[in-house]
Design a protein around this ligand. Structure first.
Ligand SMILES: [Fe+2]
Length: 333
C-alpha cells in the first residue's frame, strides 16, 4: 500500500525545497511519488514527524529504496565500523557521542554576520560539499534523520540550490565553467586546501582513494536541468586541482575561480538553513545542491543523526564505469 501525503512548497524562508507530510505511519507502506516531489523542489525535501524510525531503523532503509536502486551498505565501502549502525549497516552515524566521536564543524570567525545573522556564504561559512563527490560514479541522494538533534538555533544544516545558482551565474563564469572538470578529493587529507597551504608532502593516495574528476556543471539525469557541482576547502584536490587543466594549487588561477564560484553558489538567496526537530527527515539530491553543517557546542550538546546514501542514476556520462573507490572483487553481488 502507498501512504498518501501532502506537499507544501517552498521550504520556509527559502526559494526552493518542499515539506511533505505523510497521512499515515511508514509501517503502513512506503509512499510512492516522492522522487518526483524531490525533483520538482530542486532536490530538497523535509518529512517531519517520523519518530517511528528511531525505534524501527529498517524503515529508513525501506524509505531510502524509494529513491534509487541501491542503498549503500557501509560494511562494504571502507567505512570506519564505529560509524555504522550496529544492526542496520545501511545507516551511517553522524554523532559527537561515543563510539563515533565526530567533532562539530569549526565555528565561523566572526560567529555572526555584521547584521547578526547566521553566516551562510562562503568563505565566511566553510564546509560546503556534496556527499562523496570524491567517488565515481558519485551517489544520487542522501537521507538524513534526526534521532537526537542539537537544540534549535544551533547545529543547523545548510543547503544551497545548485540549479538556481547555475541559472544566475554571470555570463563570463558560465563561459569559464563550460566543459570544465573539478578534481574532488577525500576530506581530511594532505591534499585539502589547509594541507596544500601548509606544504604537506604526504600526498600519495591508495588506488581506491584517488581524487576524481567531476563536471562542474552536471546535467540532472531526471530533470535535464544544469546545476553547479563543486565543493570547497576540504573536498577538492588542492595539489593537482581544484580544476583539471587550470593552474593548480591553493593560490593559483583555479583557486581564484573556485572562490568566485563558491561565493556565488552560497549567496543567501540560494540557501536554506534547516533547524532540526526530533523525527525530522531531510532528503537531498547530491546531483544538484551542496550542503554544510554548522558549528555547535560539542562539550554541552549531544547529537545523533542517521544518514543513508542512495545511488543508481548518476547520469549518462558515468555509464558502465567501475567504482573508483572499491576493488572490483569487493563489489557485493
Ligand atoms: Fe555531507
Amino acid at each position: 500500500m502507498s501512504v498518501a501525503f501532502d506537499v507544501t512548497k517552498p521550504l520556509a524562508g527559502a526559494s526552493f525545497g518542499a515539506t511533505v507530510r505523510l497521512a499515515e505511519s511508514l509501517s503502513e507502506g512506503i509512499p510512492k511519488g516522492l522522487p518526483g516531489v524531490l525533483a520538482d523542489a530542486n532536490g530538497l525535501m523535509l518529512i517531519p514527524g517520523l519518530q517511528e524510525i528511531a525505534d524501527k531503523p529498517e524503515l529508513l532503509v525501506a524509505l531510502s529504496r524509494a529513491f534509487g536502486s541501491e542503498v549503500e551498505d557501509y560494511r562494504y565501502t571502507l567505512t570506519q565500523r564505529s560509524s555504522v549502525h550496529t544492526t542496520v549497516p545501511e545507516i551511517f552515524l553522524v554523532s559527537n557521542m561515543a563510539p563515533v566521536n565526530r567533532k562539530p564543524p569549526r565555528r565561523p570567525d566572526p560567529p555572526t554576520t555584521p547584521d547578526g545573522r547566521l553566516p551562510v556564504q562562503y568563505p565566511h561559512r566553510k564546509g560546503w560539499h556534496t556527499d562523496q563527490s570524491y567517488r565515481r560514479p558519485p551517489p544520487d541522494i542522501s537521507l538524513f534523520y534526526a534521532v537526537t538533534p542539537v537544540a534549535r538555533d544551533r547545529g543547523q544544516t545548510l543547503f544551497a540550490d545548485g540549479t538556481a545558482a547555475y541559472a544566475a551565474l554571470p555570463a563570463h563564469l558560465k563561459a569559464k565553467v563550460h566543459g570544465l572538470q573539478g578534481l574532488h578529493c577525500q576530506p581530511g587529507t594532505a591534499r585539502s586546501r589547509e594541507g596544500a597551504l601548509a606544504g604537506r608532502t604526504d600526498i600519495e593516495q591508495a588506488p581506491t582513494a584517488r581524487s576524481q574528476p567531476q563536471p562542474v556543471v552536471r546535467i540532472h539525469p531526471v530533470t535535464g536541468r544544469p546545476a553547479l557541482y563543486v565543493c570547497e576547502w576540504g573536498q577538492m584536490d588542492w595539489v593537482d586541482g581544484p580544476f583539471v587543466g587550470m593552474e593548480p594549487g591553493p593560490r593559483g588561477e583555479g583557486a581564484a575561480l573556485l572562490d568566485e564560484l563558491m561565493a556565488h553558489y552560497t549567496r543567501p538567496e540560494f540557501v536554506y538553513a534547516h533547524e532540526w526537530t526530533v523525527g525530522d527527515l531531510v532528503v537531498w539530491d547530491n546531483r544538484c545542491l551542496v550542503h554544510a553543517a554548522t558549528w555547535y557546542d560539542g562539550d554541552t550538546e549531544q547529537r545523533m543523526m542517521w544518514r543513508t546514501t542512495v545511488r543508481g542514476n548518476p547520469g549518462a556520462i558515468y555509464e558502465g564505469e567501475a567504482r573508483s573507490w572499491m576493488p572490483r572483487e569487493q563489489v557485493p553481488a
